[in-house]
Design a protein around this ligand. Sequence first.
Ligand code: PLP
Length: 366
Amino acid sequence: MIKFLDLQKVTAKYADEIHEAVNRVVDSGWYLQGKENEKFEADYSAYIGTKYTVGCANGLDALIWIFRAYVEMGVMKPGDEVIVPANTYIASILAISENGLIPVLVEPNIETYQIDDSKIEKAITERTKAILIVHLYGQCAYTDKIGELCKKYNLKLVEDNAQAHGCMFKGRKTGSLGDAAGHSFYPGKNLGAFGDAGAVTTNDEELAHIVRSIANYGSTRKYVFKYLGRNSRLDEIQAAILDVKLKHLDEDITIRKKNAKYYIDNITNPAIITPIVKDWDAHVFHIFTIRCKRRNELQNYLTEHNIQTIIHYPIPPHKQECYKELNTLSFPITEQIHNEELSIPMSPVMTEEELKTVVKTLNEFL
Ligand SMILES: *Cc1c(COP(=O)(O)O)cnc(C)c1O
């Protein structure tokens, strides 16, 4: 069986370093808000290119705390609107609605699957306060036009960088392109912890400070509570593991890109559409997406041939029961992507043999 992602093998690659880091934390007797968080936050800031990193419990919380901080700062208030791509993981939308803000969905581009920047301006109203871009599948969603729109309409630019650690736009990393970014270190992400973990990156000192408070019961000093906070901290053990994996992230991304290039060059079946990559720096291939009109048939065929695949995602957010108010909206491009998308095995630990088998099997699909 060719796994979609063999996490055991990913971990085995750095097992010695990880065991050492875990043992260090276990033996230290200090498990929260300590040196490991400090070190990882400093290293991650240096990697992304922001002044601040604030660790928190998971990627969804990271995004929620960014908007929550803007509400606390008086930049936004419940009822204000945030523009977000219609094709994203539910977490991006939840982070908006969780704060009483209104998600305004915008169609993606069918070639890149990223928010279509030519459709954003029409969606801007007097109540629009931010654009949340999502670097979906590991590809940069930022464009100069999006930056210009944010300036022109005085909008905050927030990045959902859950799938794109290490991705670049003109020499800068995603996660440093806007006003603030939410990162997920869910185990399956390119930079994955051994459980849930996340972070906010920003150059905004006030925002970093508020996010840190909110994620720690709303306290500014021990037992002094300024905000109605939550407990959403990053464990020391996860920070230590992430710091090890961060050192190897770029080499892992290089392998992902090599695998992606092999797929793109060798998948020749006309029934299958592979990603169009114009800038190889701007894609870290968290997910390798193909599209096929007979997607479900193709997925069954691959399963029969022992190749594990996943659909990202089978139902778009606006068709989900939890967003009844969005159910009547129509986003044909989003719906097409959701009907045709299939994610094939992609990781830094795939063998040449496995890559060959996936390609051959795909090319033999009739
Ligand atoms: C994974 C993911 C999140 C949420 O991260 P968690 O750590 O699982 O909470 C948010 N947005 C996108 C696009 C994701 O892929």
